[in-house]
Design a protein around this ligand. Structure first.
Ligand SMILES: [Zn+2]
Length: 388
């Protein structure tokens, strides 16, 4: 007597396991249910695109590898393949291993994609990158998709000083693929109390060069585009063009207004930070989504009223704290996760170790961002140069 045909075998297995529809999985994921998606296809199929947040355990390696991928026997596991046949066999195998809450995705990734549900882009990460970013890859909020976004991202850092140092180092560490660095200064001995991007060895060298060296040493994945020039109305749009996010590490009024207005013109999110003595502030200006800098401060103070920054001290760690908050904002904007500081200004008091959050609202009459406004770039007098 001949054994069962494949069709008969499949039908029998299907009768014994549980199948779930793409729609129900989509809804459950949207509700935040901690479903473990397991892709059981071959590596080349996985590389061609897969469900976001899935782990890859090819069917042939399912039994030896599944415990590493999904250690908890009571976890809710949804297995999928191309059309839902291999995953049906996989579901039966996991059931036999004691996994109690296992289902097979009916119709597989083909039906999932047919419904227009999101499929993560194929990864082009090397083994070395996988190792370097491992602690990001295991975070479901970052994962392969988030890391790919970081690697493809272009961030412009204005100022490679106290704020710019932690921003540059941590964005480089995180694998932000392209970092533009704008700074016209050279490294001075008095910078090193807080500007940890530079070192005693790079004293007297242009900061953009010193920064590029430190960044490449930390992460050769990062391409540095140096702009050894002072940001002004004539070059601002040329420099900012093409960057996904701009970070203000300049900490002076002319740069602040110029960046605000240029980012409004280009529609680019701008992460703002400032430090003074023991106090720091950070917020995010995202054109169209919240207030801009001029909603808060329509015009810069008159030069005679502004503090003489050269004489004002700053606690060395303060720009470190504020710069890292800025870097955190950049990462969230790039991976599209979490809540940014749009509409919120976070103030930090280093002496008291206190954070305070202030709501900031869009001013409907703002000279720069009110509907129909087209700000003209202005060079304000640099009364606070070197203040960072
Ligand atoms: Zn505004």
């Amino acid at each position: 007597m001949p054994g069962p045909t494949y069709a008969e075998l499949l039908a029998a297995v299907r009768a014994r396991i549980r199948e779930v529809t793409a729609e129900s999985v989509r809804d459950a994921l949207a509700e935040g249910r901690p479903i473990r998606l397991v892709d059981v296809r071959d590596p080349h199929e996985w590389a061609g695109g897969h469900l976001a947040g899935a782990v890859h355990v090819p069917l042939a390696l399912l039994r030896p590898r599944i415990e590493e991928a999904v250690p908890e026997r009571e976890a809710e596991v949804v297995l999928y393949c191309k059309v839902g046949e291999r995953s049906a066999f996989a579901a039966e195998a996991l059931g036999a291993m004691g996994y109690r809450n296992v289902a097979s995705l009916a119709g597989g990734i083909v039906r999932w994609a047919h419904l227009g549900l999101p499929v993560a882009r194929p990864s082009r990460m090397t083994d070395e990158q996988r190792e370097r970013y491992r602690r990001h890859l295991v975070l479901s909020e970052v994962g392969e998709e988030g890391q790919a976004r970081l690697l493809a991202a272009k961030v412009l850092l204005v100022g490679a000083g106290g704020l710019g140092s932690p921003i540059a180092l941590y964005l480089a560490g995180a694998g932000v693929g392209t970092l533009g660095v704008v700074d016209s200064d050279v490294v001075d001995l008095s910078n090193l109390q807080r500007q940890v991007l530079h070192s005693t060895r790079t004293l007297g060298r242009p900061k953009v060069e010193s920064a590029a060296e430190a960044i490449s040493a930390l992460n050769p994945d990062v391409r540095v585009i140096p702009f050894p020039e002072r940001l002004g109305r004539d070059n601002a749009l040329r420099i900012l063009e093409g960057f996904d996010v701009v970070v203000d590490g300049g900490d002076n009024f002319p740069t602040r207004y110029l960046l605000n207005d240029a980012c409004l013109l280009l529609g680019t999110p701008l992460v703002h930070g400032s430090v003074h003595r023991f106090e720091g502030q950070v917020t995010t200006f995202w054109p169209g989504r919240g207030p801009c800098y001029r909603c808060l401060f329509p015009a810069p103070p008159a030069p005679e009223l502004a503090p003489n920054c050269a004489e004002v001290g700053v606690l060395g760690v303060l720009p470190g704290v504020v710069g890292l908050l800025q870097a955190n904002e950049v990462i969230k904007i790039l991976i599209g996760r979490g809540e940014t500081l749009v509409g919120r200004l976070l103030a930090y008091d280093a002496l008291e170790t206190r954070f305070q959050e202030l709501k900031v609202r869009r001013d409907p009459a703002c000279p720069a961002c009110r509907p129909g406004a087209r700000p003209e770039l202005v060079d304000y007098e640099a009364f606070c140069a070197g203040g960072r």
